[in-house]
Design a protein around this ligand. Structure first.
Ligand code: AMP
Ligand code: ZN
Length: 493
């Protein structure tokens, strides 16, 4: 295995700059605690399968995490699970999304049914994340496990006379926070206050919603926490009152994130909630937002059914800046799939030629080319995650006749720590599969091996297993081997 020293944290370390929605500028990253980063990513509302637009948010979060780890930071990453309290609008209107799921699935209206549905869609979120090679976060706290923390924070706000009671719930008084809305994009105006006559200000929002039928018993009444307070309470518990980076999709800026900031900073005596606020642009579907609520959404399973590998989707996302909107189309994803396959093919050819040359390579000093490529790469990804330039650099490297094959492989393996495309793994498997195809095997077996390789790359495990059985039935046994072992085929009996 190639040993790599990723500790770039010395005085020659290129700085990391991030676009901060809070300062509306690209800013140099300065951690709260040296060598460490605490990050909170607003997680999925688990009332349905995640669509590939939602997953863009977590590929983005994963890329930030990988960049920091590449630079030698220790990352504490929290992705919450919203399993209660999220209404269909980001404010206080509309149906409760989880209640809607209970009705849709014909379950009894209980907290237990809510959790059952949440667990199921949480699993689908985790499995889609695995398919996209998103590294597991440090913690995935469920909102329903943190009622105590919500109640504590709400009580603090009531004691400070910042939250008040109406017949519908406990509301946050936005006039008590002089810089309310500092992330920007605050919508509406105070002239609309009449819409809820009990509210003191139009923008006041619920931190607790009363519900006398279903909910949690608390000193101020039965009901559910507001969606915003859940994030404030959970981020404080796992990352402290102030932490480094907070992310979400751009739709969270106007309401959810401005409200999180207001509550947390008031509850924590003015301490900033997060120093850097980062937002991913949307995946646009048919000219509009890809949304679960309209039912027009594409999941990772839909992509697999169309023969598009989840990693081809990841590749496609990385070819654009996270802050650029992307228009979804199957044609665009198929193109990305072809580019990703070409990438794997070229690297597998390099691996195969290195294996064929079979000369024992002794460790040698890295070439100047090698160092240049590595320097350029880190500069790109540290520049507000410029993954499009990093991907272009990878293609230039592959075409560069000045760089030897083994250095190319080392560099690609290094780059992939940030890109997360599993390049060396799939290229290695392909190289072995190619070898098998050249071996003395019946054509029928070769075809099965080839189809199975494609299924594996598409992460279609069911198809891959079926093909393994077919290979077995034809009298051969195929073994995939472990992390560094190769694919093997042997005749049965
Ligand atoms: P939700 O499950 O609706 O709470 O959303 C989870 C994450 O997905 C949030 O960060 C949203 O901002 C984000 N999101 C929702 N729709 C899209 C989309 N079409 N493109 C990109 N991100 C999205
Ligand atoms: Zn949140």
């Amino acid at each position: 295995m190639i040993e790599f020293n990723n500790n770039h944290m010395n005085k020659n370390t290129p700085e990391i700059t991030l676009y901060n929605t809070l300062g509306k500028a690209k800013q140099k990253f300065v951690p709260i605690n040296e060598g460490k980063v605490g990050m909170y990513h607003c997680g999925p509302t688990v009332y349905d399968y995640p669509h590939i637009g939602n997953l863009r948010s977590y590929v983005f979060a994963d890329t930030i995490r990988r960049v920091f780890e590449y630079n030698g930071y220790k990352v504490n990453q929290v992705i919450n699970i919203t399993d209660i309290g999220h209404l269909s609008s980001d404010g206080d209107e509309g149906e409760d999304k989880m209640t809607k799921a209970i009705l849709r699935e014909g379950k009894t209206m209980t907290l237990e049914s809510m959790r059952e549905i949440a667990n199921r869609y949480y699993q689908s979120f985790r499995s889609a994340s695995d398919d996209l090679n998103i590294l597991p976060a440090t913690t995935y706290p469920f909102a329903s496990d943190h009622i105590k923390e919500d109640v504590e924070m709400i009580s603090t706000l009531i004691e400070k006379d910042i939250a008040y009671k109406t017949s519908r719930g406990i509301y946050f008084d936005t006039s008590k926070k002089a810089d309310y809305g500092k992330l920007g994009q605050v919508e509406g105006d105070e002239s609309r206050i009449g819409e809820d006559s009990e509210k003191r200000n139009y923008r006041d929002f619920a931190v607790w919603k009363f519900d006398d039928k279903l909910g949690y018993d608390t000193p101020f009444g039965k009901g559910f926490p507001g969606w915003h307070i859940e994030c404030s309470a959970m981020s404080a518990k796992y990352l402290g009152d102030s932490f480094d980076i907070h992310t979400g999709g751009i739709d969270h800026i106007p309401v959810h994130h401005n409200n999180e900031i207001a509550q947390s900073e008031c509850a924590h005596d003015g301490k900033p909630l997060a120093n850097y606020w980062m937002h991913n642009a949307f995946l646009i579907f048919d000219g509009g937002k890809m949304a679960k609520s309209t039912g027009t959404f594409v999941t990772i399973d839909t992509l697999k059914e169309k023969g598009i590998s989840p990693l081809a989707y990841r590749y496609w996302l990385l070819t654009a800046r996270y802050s650029t909107s992307l228009n979804f189309s199957y044609e665009a994803l198929e193109d990305a799939g072809r580019a990703y396959t070409k990438l794997i093919d070229s690297i597998s050819s390099i691996l195969k030629s290195i294996a064929d040359a079979s000369t024992e390579k002794h460790s040698k000093e890295s070439s100047e080319h090698f160092k240049n490529y590595q320097r350029n790469f880190v500069n790109f990804v540290n520049d507000d995650l410029d993954t499009p330039k990093a991907i272009a650099l990878m293609w230039s490297l592959l075409k560069d006749a000045e760089v030897e094959g083994d250095e190319k492989i080392k560099l690609i393996e290094d780059f992939d720590k940030v890109l997360g495309l599993n390049i060396i793994k799939y290229a290695g498997e392909k190289a072995v599969a190619k070898e098998l195809l050249e071996a003395d095997l019946p054509n029928e077996i070769k075809e099965l091996i080839e189809t199975r390789e494609k299924a594996r790359q598409d992460k279609d495990w069911a198809k891959s297993d079926l093909l393994r059985i077919k290979i077995n039935e034809a009298g051969y046994k195929i073994e995939d081997g472990g992390k560094n072992e190769s694919l093997k085929i042997s005749k049965l009996g």
